[in-house]
Ligand binder design. Structure first.
Ligand code: UDP
Ligand code: MG
Length: 334
């Protein structure tokens, strides 16, 4: 009785061993059914040696060519699918959301200029005004020289950057946050806002015939929009200055200016915007023969003296007295 019980136990144990052995050999058998048999001596492949160029692995057939358990073709096909999925779905979607954002910004901007009625705007003699754009890299001396031109030639000085900063600070402004973001990032605020502010500022000075518009237009779209909706500039003053000097000046100015964009990160972004977007505007005006180039190197007095001489010449050319007929300034500093 005891013996037969022991025998049963032995039989049961051997049955378990058989089952265990079957479980182990099953995948090997299965793999042999679908691939050419590996030689007896070859080591059993495992997930870390699979796909490596060991002789046994190679001769083992399909399984041994897998990469981390996947067939290379499957990987290639998935990557291709992912790539085309990105190009066909994700990229257009991202472009669409960017466009939506731009349209939202433009819509907001349409409201700008509401301080004058459409009739008042239409009746204002923008075309009769002498508009001079003052351009150059950030920190090139646009504001400094503009301030002196105001007292010598009777211009009204409108700094686009200052007008935007004033608008940003106005507690009820709906553009405050938007403007703050664009300025900090060294980007160009949607042109409808800036043009609206400039047009309002010109209309605030109906007595003046001369306007210096400083730091605008900053890209070709702005330039065209201003010409189409306000008026054409008669001349462009371009303060030419190497980037190394601009950087030095801006970092120095940053110690006291309190401006959100006079720090190294914003300065780099502003330089990029200047080279990519603003410099082409100067080139386009140069082709029209409108640009007066002034080197910003030298003392402040020397730079201004050069500017003043060019301005005297310009007024003679257009048959006007250089002496001021009115003076005011809506801008403060460069
Ligand atoms: N800005 C703009 N549109 C303009 C003028 C200025 O978006 O037509 C923004 C832009 O982000 C720019 C910032 O205002 O970097 C400062 O302009 P500002 O003219 O004050 O700079 P500056 O060239 O005098 O250092
Ligand atoms: Mg300025």
């Amino acid at each position: 009785m005891l013996a037969s019980f022991r025998n049963t136990k032995v039989m049961l144990r051997s049955a378990q061993q058989v089952r265990a052995a079957t479980a182990l050999t099953k995948p090997i058998l299965a793999s042999r059914l679908y691939s050419s048999p590996a030689p007896q001596s070859s080591p059993k492949p495992n997930q870390f040696t699979m796909g490596q160029s060991s002789g046994g692995g190679k001769k083992g057939g399909g399984r041994s060519n897998l990469i981390f358990g996947f067939h290379p073709f499957a990987i290639f096909a998935s990557l291709t699918l992912l790539g085309s999925g990105y190009l066909m779905i994700v990229k257009p979607f991202l472009q669409w959301t960017d466009k939506q954002k731009e349209e939202r910004d433009d819509k907001k901007a349409e409201v700008e200029g509401a301080s004058y009625t459409a009739e008042q705007i239409a009746a204002f003699p923008f075309d009769k005004k002498t508009v001079v754009f003052v351009l150059g890299g950030p920190g090139s001396g646009k504001g400094t020289n503009s301030a002196r031109l105001v007292s010598d030639f009777g211009f009204v000085h409108l700094s686009a950057g200052d007008l935007l900063r004033e608008e940003q600070k106005r507690p009820v402004s709906q553009y405050g946050e938007l403007i703050a973001h664009y300025i900090r990032e060294g980007l160009i605020v949607p042109h409808e806002i800036t043009i609206g502010l400039l047009r309002n500022a010109m209309m605030d000075h109906p007595e003046s015939d001369r306007f210096l518009i400083d730091g605008f237009p900053r890209n070709l779209v702005q330039a065209k929009a201003f010409e189409d909706t306000v008026c054409k500039a008669k001349k462009v003053l371009y303060f030419e200055c190497p980037e190394s000097i601009l950087l030095e000046r801006l970092l120095d100015r940053g110690k006291t200016s309190g401006r959100s964009d006079d720090n190294i990160e914003s300065i780099k972004k502003r330089f990029r915007t200047y080279v990519n977007d603003s410099k082409p505007v100067i080139d386009a005006f140069a082709e029209q023969g409108k640009v007066i180039t002034i080197s910003c190197q030298g003392t402040m007095d020397a730079v201004y003296k050069n500017t003043e001489e060019h301005m005297n010449k310009f007024f003679k050319e257009i048959g006007q007295e250089p002496t001021p007929s009115a003076s005011a300034s809506a801008g403060k500093k460069d």
